[in-house]
Design a protein around this ligand. Structure first.
Ligand code: 13P
Length: 261
């Protein structure tokens, strides 16, 4: 494996943040950017704040993403949002297959795969989430679960398109619980995911792939997680809602990067 990839940190705001809260938070993030070196930063506001976020980030290196998309490009699908609409408002990334969508909104590996293809069609980079539930971990089925999710989500993805995809390992038991995976637990799964990319798309694609960890990432654990060889950054939920926690997470990742790169 070549040198460590620079930190890639994504703030998933979930169903939080009004337009005025968005303004305040993005103002702080944009001001912090010069201190964050080569880190890649992506913010994922709710749909209602995307327009304002796009305006505020127009001259910034902070990229914009959305939390979900439908797999059709247009049509009579009340309540859904398409890739072309997200692209039009300024999104570059879109989260696909988050465990909350799998748990509460019936997403399956098949519908996740349709969304990945739809995102790529609209030149959006999908951030594809995988992760086991606690019962699966306790039963020793973590690796089998994430392998199946990987295969399902990436069905029909070409070697060219794999380079546009960001993977996120988010163990469901660690999301919003304060119970983070240990660096070792996360690294083991990240290594398996990178191996999967190597098997299917070759070593070079695997070496370039971005694989994020998500699940109770905080300033206090981001340094030790990022030091792991196969952890390229974070998909942050709760701690991304405040500049006081999100910015230190990025700084800690940068510190770890400088140490190990
Ligand atoms: P928390 O950081 O709140 O655990 O959420 C993680 C997550 O689901 C990000 O997508």
């Amino acid at each position: 494996m070549p040198e460590k990839r620079p930190p890639f940190v994504v703030g998933n705001w979930k169903m939080h943040m009004t337009v005025s809260e968005t303004r305040a938070l993005l103002d702080s993030i944009v001001k912090a950017v010069p201190d964050l070196g080569t880190a890649r930063i992506v913010v994922i506001p709710p749909f209602t704040a995307l327009g304002e976020a796009a305006r505020l980030l127009a001259n910034s290196s902070v990229a914009l993403g959305a939390q979900n998309l439908f797999w059709e490009d247009k049509g009579a699908f009340t309540g859904e949002i398409s890739g072309p609409l997200l692209r039009d408002i300024g999104c570059r990334y879109v989260v696909v297959g988050h465990s909350e969508r799998r748990q509460f909104f019936g997403e399956t590996d098949i519908t996740v795969n349709k969304r990945v293809h739809a995102a790529l069609r609209s030149a959006l980079k999908p951030i594809v989430c995988v992760g086991e539930i606690l019962e699966e971990r306790d039963a020793g089925r973590t690796m089998a679960r994430v392998r199946t999710q990987f295969d399902g989500a990436l069905e029909g993805i070409s070697p060219e398109d794999i380079r546009k995809i960001v993977l996120a390992y988010e163990p469901v038991w660690a999301i919003g619980t304060g119970r983070t995976a240990t660096p070792g637990q996360a690294e083991d799964v990240h290594a398996v995911l990178r191996e999967k990319i190597a098997e299917k798309y070759g070593k070079e694609a695997a070496a370039c792939a971005i694989i994020l960890y998500g699940g109770s990432v905080k300033p206090a654990n981001s340094f030790s997680l990022f030091r792991e060889k196969n952890i390229d950054g974070f998909l942050v939920g709760g701690a991304s809602l405040e500049a006081e926690s999100f910015i230190p997470i990025m700084k800690e990742a940068m510190k770890a990067y400088k140490e190990v790169a």
